[in-house]
Design a protein around this ligand. Structure first.
Ligand code: GSH
Length: 208
């Protein structure tokens, strides 16, 4: 049975899940929910995820929400980007949590106030504050990526996926990555991957 991923393709949290599937050549079907498609506030959707957020993954009789948990589930189930090293797994986990709890938050705020909200509801000050935070996060990533080619070591790991999705969002929103040489080099390496291009680079922009 094919995996079903519920969520609009423009969501960075959905893109992570598409990317890992493409990375492992795992077949999936995708259902547009959320954003302009709506559907995430319905009674039926809330049975799958009471938080009304996308993505949700359905794997036969098993349903799971929270994008990072879905990412880990797919990686474990299909043995994609796994390394049998407990410290490396822990570091992946650290950076995956960080991608949502530190990086993702200002990215989502910046997206809302520069793209997603109707113009009259956008707040320039809030967007500016989020932008400042994002540039301070770029410094952290720059330092990390000046030590090796990817986030954890010299090859791609699970943690590169969610961070790459948010970095691409920043690039689309015209934040200047070129000021950060190692970060830009990493981003260009990700762009060499068909999976990243298909799931993230060629994806529509929110709310589509
Ligand atoms: N922590 C959740 C956050 C999910 C989330 O905030 N999803 C957003 C899209 S990125 C959402 O459901 N937005 C409502 C919509 O798209 O209409 C996760 O990682 O899955």
């Amino acid at each position: 049975m094919m995996l079903t991923i519920l969520g609009r393709k423009s969501s960075a949290n959905v893109q992570k899940v598409h990317w890992i599937c493409l990375e492992g050549n795992i077949k999936f079907s995708s259902v547009n929910i959320g954003g302009k498609y709506k559907g995430h506030e319905t009674k039926d959707f809330k049975k799958l995820n009471p938080n009304s957020t996308i993505p949700v993954l359905i794997d036969e009789n098993f349903t799971i929400y929270e994008s990072n948990s879905i990412l880990r589930y797919i990686s474990n189930k299909f043995n994609i980007l796994k390394n049998n090293n407990i410290e490396k797994e822990a570091l992946n986990s650290q950076w995956i949590d960080w991608s949502s709890l530190v990086f993702g938050i200002p990215c989502a705020i910046f997206t809302a106030h520069s793209l997603l909200l109707p113009k009259e509801k956008r707040n320039y000050e809030i967007a500016k504050e989020a932008e400042k935070k994002i540039y301070s996060i770029f410094e952290i990533l720059e330092k990390q990526l000046s030590k090796q080619n990817y986030i954890i070591d010299n090859s791609i790991n699970l943690a590169d996926i969610p961070i790459g999705c948010w970095l691409h969002r920043c690039n689309i929103l015209k934040l200047d990555i070129s000021r950060f040489a190692s970060l830009e080099k990493w981003y260009l390496k990700l762009k060499e991957r068909e999976s990243f291009n298909k799931a993230v680079v060629f994806a529509p922009l929110p709310p589509n």
